[in-house]
Design a protein around this ligand. Sequence first.
Ligand SMILES: C[S@@+](CC[C@H](N)C(=O)[O-])C[C@H]1O[C@@H](n2cnc3c(N)ncnc32)[C@H](O)[C@@H]1O
Length: 256
Amino acid sequence: MTPVQASVAAAGWEQLVGRTYDPFLWLGERRGMRDRRAALLAGARGRVLEIGAGTGLNLAHYPDDVTELLLTEPSAPMVVALRRRVERSGRGRVRVLAAPADTLPVPDASVDTVVSTMVLCTVPDPGAALAEIVRVLRPGGRLLFCEHVLADAPRLRSWQQRLAGPWAAFALGCRCDRPVLADIGEMLRVERLRHDRWRGMPVLVRPLVIGSAVRQQSAAGPGLERQRMGSGALSPVAAGGSLDPPVRHRKEGGAR
Ligand SMILES: C[S@@+](CC[C@H](N)C(=O)[O-])C[C@H]1O[C@@H](n2cnc3c(N)ncnc32)[C@H](O)[C@@H]1O
């Protein structure tokens, strides 16, 4: 395949994924993800920016009193679906911005809440995306996250590592072998955390971490040690002004 043919094929695949994303997630949404989105987004406050908003599956779950909602998304087919969903919702104070997570078109410290659901698996450089999240959050602002991660269970972890390449080719760059929680903890203070399983989805992407992390005054510094985060035996972390309801803890395990 020539480079031109390869890029035409990739664009075609991206179009197809944009059109089939919601049906692909349908079972997972019914089997818990929809409720998870609602619980997580109940903590959104003030000026909210979502990265990788996809087709807008979070839109219905934002509280009515958020002052402004900025939905960012870099994929053109997803942006089309996202705009359509925003129009259908009739919701005010929502803007769709075509932008990747590492170049957000908003000023420093101008956002109260950043939302990331199943995005840090896909961005090319999670460190760059998180640095950008820290930049746009005001001190004390929060990242609300729900992300699939590298499992603790050795068998599943090894399958995730072996199949990460083919999975990424299928799922437009999504990596099933990323220690996303450790990446978040490098940049923000994780204050709420629970582990769960993404039922109704392929086993490679089932282990989930869900929670919130705060941008501190200094805008840097690890909230948790990498090693502890990798253990999965975490409890909610340091105290301090949480917006979310107390979280249940469940450690992710192997395939079920
Ligand atoms: C698995 S989907 C999740 C979509 C949505 N957040 C949800 O919860 O349904 C991953 C999303 O990340 C987007 N994405 C890919 N590269 C990105 C980047 N560099 N920055 C931000 N989002 C990106 C994809 O286009 C896609 O919409």
